[in-house]
Design a protein around this ligand. Structure first.
Ligand SMILES: [Zn+2]
Ligand SMILES: [Zn+2]
Length: 758
């Protein structure tokens, strides 16, 4: 239809444009503007040739970005002229394969859309109650992708041949399933089965069978999008307790799935931002203040002020939620400290003895992905665990990675990062690299990312700590340049990367532990940092950690170390001393002699000491538990704050012992834990603000960046941010990248690139 005056252009679209209905969208757009030509996927993104009147082509090109489908993320559109060839119509052509994908992106999994949900509930629809319905706007993506370009044959849906009806939808440009790669129906797609504890099929409708099991108080393993979950009814105290026991002394809070936002509102107080996150396509677990009358057993989240809630994100979860009509616990299918189970045989083996029954299906999961976890801070998302629904969307940075980078991350809450061009791909949550299973999951994940993003790492970044398994893995890679990045420098760099800020800034990195440049264990650091390097400008006062790792598991040991430093043998009468009367002298001797007692300036360990002194927690079941419970106890009405001195010097030292001493005095005087917790948080925040001010006066810097797992604590975060704002600092805080060790790989990647550029 191209008459005289027609022009032809060759267009490249880069970004998150595969698996999101982009090609059908381009067809529709071409139709709307009377443009002829074709569109296809290649390893770099989407290629287009379009021919038409100049004004139509301009409108078409502008529409590629302005009108893109909901799940697409257009990063770049480049246009070059071509020779007109005439012809009519616009079609999708075969994907072009190549050796080295450069810009193609795999999108994250997306929760079931409203249109698919309507079909699921419509008795007249051929996908009525079909647990695997999806379309171009929703469904599995990252977890089923085996390679690029994103086509059905490069997903685990290659196992299923489309029926004629599905093929019609797939091929019809007017259909909302046009080129939806995982399209399927009951006639041709995956199917559901209920299996008993013995692995034998149970008779009846699988959803009905599983619902019956749950109502009878059983533990049911459910195969979801990124792996197996374990479920029990949230109000069933005995079932929740059984689940905890069978997961082997699991003490972490469980998340609860509610049928819809209204049902979630009976569990937690939802501010508008939390509700937006809850109902968005990423479908994370949202941490929100638990309602007093929430119909949930106490054992679901003991000691927590907040409750993690989520909404169904697959048709299967919807069907089960609607059938049960009450919330159910949905927690990763694993034993404590193991990665989430996702391969069928392995899952059935590992979860035998944990689950009383299985609700499974035959669509393979290629990449495991745990549920993501978010909080709300000042009306914005604060991602705590970035996994399903988020990974592997790129984190765009305004700098280029001169050579492809692999950053191996930390030891705990590991994620890794591969980067090329100006894109960094932070992996899904891998877990604590402390078992063979997790290490295998890490290594497989790295290979998978390198394959789907076409990255052959030339630079490999790792933590300074020689004993991290991620460090050992990095050092094992051949033919690469290794760059070691200090833990807290990586934290601050991850925050800078998220904001596209090159530094220098005053970074406050508060976390559990990370190896310092001086060989001691850091974790309460003020760094003057840019992407290339840092200087330790200040830190929390350091104390011995009696027993090393034992002190991490037993916060009361940190209380012993601090109280001994402050009071020596003249200990005040404190309950924490009484509770550990037998071991106390030996632990104190160990600390004094420096025997197996590494020095640490860790903020996390400081929280531990105060939690033990306040009677909140002496021994933990998971990392960060004492600090989380101390935060949960904060009395919001309390306005007092413990004073802490700043000890001038290079580096500056925050006299954290002042805070501990004041807390101990209050506890001895009978002040309740809620007020002690509040005064401690407020006092620590005030000391941090004063320390940043001093560093700011010395350096002239007016921007602060807050990072490290301790800043998941929104009480502390709010107090520090508002204090710094009163001092007229610009404050950078995390949002889409976790402040904890789950974000560290991104920081390592940008530090490695900054040093590679030099
Ligand atoms: Zn849909
Ligand atoms: Zn079909």
């Amino acid at each position: 239809m191209s008459g005289t005056g027609a022009r032809r252009i060759r267009v490249r679209v880069e970004g998150l444009v595969q698996g999101v209905g982009f090609r059908p969208f381009v067809c529709g757009l071409a139709g709307a503007y009377g443009v002829s030509g074709f569109v296809g996927n290649d390893p770099g993104g989407v290629f287009i040739e379009a021919e038409g009147e100049p004004s139509a082509l301009d409108a078409f090109t502008a529409g590629l970005t302005a009108q893109a489908p909901p799940l697409a993320l257009v990063e770049r559109v480049s246009v070059e002229p071509a020779e007109p060839v005439g012809g009519s119509g616009f079609r999708i052509v075969a994907s072009r394969r190549g050796e080295q994908p450069d810009g193609a992106l795999v999108s994250p999994d997306a929760g079931t859309c409203a249109a698919c949900l309507r079909e699921l509930r419509d008795p007249g629809d051929r996908r009525h109650r079909y647990p695997f319905a999806n379309c171009t706007d929703c469904g599995p993506r990252f977890t089923i992708v085996t390679g690029v370009p994103y086509d059905r044959c490069a997903t685990t849906m290659a196992d299923f041949e489309m029926c004629a009806a599905c093929a019609l939808e797939y091929g019809d440009p007017g259909d909302r399933r046009f080129h939806a790669q995982p399209v399927c129906c009951p006639a041709c797609g995956p199917s559901l089965r209920a299996l008993g504890a013995d692995g034998l099929p149970a008779a009846g409708d699988p959803v009905e069978v599983a619902a019956g099991w749950l109502e009878a108080g059983r533990v049911v393993a459910i195969k979801g999008l990124g792996g197996y979950h374990l479920a029990v009814l949230a109000a069933d105290g005995a079932a929740v307790a059984a689940l905890r026991a069978r997961k082997r002394r699991e003490s972490r809070p469980f998340a609860v799935l509610a049928a819809d936002a209204a049902a979630a509102g009976t569990l937690v107080h939802l501010e508008p931002a939390a509700e937006r996150l809850l109902t968005g396509t990423s479908r994370p677990i949202v941490l929100a203040p638990r309602r007093r009358d929430a119909p949930v057993a106490g054992a679901v989240a003991p000691g927590a002020r907040d409750l993690g809630v989520m909404l169904p994100y697959t048709p299967l979860h919807h069907l089960l939620a609607e059938r049960l009509a009450v919330p159910y616990v949905l927690t990763s299918g694993n034993l404590t400290d193991e990665p989430i189970a996702y391969r069928d045989e392995e899952a059935l083996r590992r979860l035998a003895g944990v689950a009383d029954g299985f609700l499974v299906h035959d669509r393979r999961i290629e990449a495991p992905a745990d549920d993501s976890l978010v909080r709300v801070f000042r009306g914005r998302e604060l991602v705590v665990r970035r996994s399903r629904g988020y990974a592997p969307a790129p984190v765009g940075v305004p700098w280029r990675f001169p050579r492809p980078v692999l950053a191996c991350g930390a030891q705990l809450k590991n994620t890794f990062c591969v980067a090329r061009g100006n894109q960094a791909f932070l992996s899904q949550h891998i877990g604590d690299l402390e078992s063979y299973e997790t290490l295998r999951s890490f290594a497989e994940g790295v290979e998978h990312f390198c394959r789907i993003f076409g990255v052959r790492p030339a630079v490999v970044a790792h933590d300074l700590h020689p004993e991290y398994l991620s460090t050992a893995y990095a050092r094992d890679r051949e033919d690469v340049d290794l760059i070691a990045v200090q833990h807290h420098h990586a934290h601050i760099a991850s925050c800078l990367a998220e904001h596209g800020h090159g530094g220098p800034v005053i970074g406050v990195a508060f976390d559990g532990l990370g190896l310092g440049a001086d060989g001691t264990l850091w974790g309460g650091e003020l760094l003057v940092a840019d992407l290339v390097s840092f200087r330790r400008a200040g830190h929390l006062e350091a104390v011995p950690m009696p027993g090393g790792a034992a002190a991490v598991r037993q916060p009361w040991r940190m209380a012993a170390a601090w109280l001994d430093r402050i009071h020596g043998d003249a200990l005040p009468g404190l309950a924490v001393v009484g509770r550990h009367r037998e071991q106390w002298p030996a632990v104190v001797r160990m600390a004094r002699a420096g025997l197996n007692s590494p020095l640490t300036s860790s903020a996390g360990r400081l929280f531990d000491a105060v939690a033990a002194i306040a009677g909140v927690r002496d021994v933990i079941g998971y990392e960060g538990q004492a600090a989380a419970e101390l935060e949960a106890r904060v009395d919001p009405g309390e306005r007092g704050a413990y004073p802490a001195r700043l000890i001038e010097g290079e580096p500056l030292v925050i006299a954290a012992g002042d805070l501990v001493g004041a807390a101990a005095e209050d506890v001895a005087a009978g002040v309740d834990a809620g007020r002690v917790a509040a005064r401690f948080h407020r006092g620590l925040a005030a000391a941090v603000v004063r320390a940043v001010r001093v560093v700011g006066e010395g350096t002239g810097l007016r921007t602060a960046a807050l990072s490290g797992g301790v800043f998941q604590n929104t009480v502390l975060l709010e107090a520090v941010v508002s204090g710094l704002e009163r001092e007229r600092f610009q404050v950078l805080v995390h949002s889409r990248v976790p402040p904890g060790d789950g974000g560290i790989a991104l920081g390592q990647a940008v530090v490695a690139a900054a040093n590679d550029r030099r």
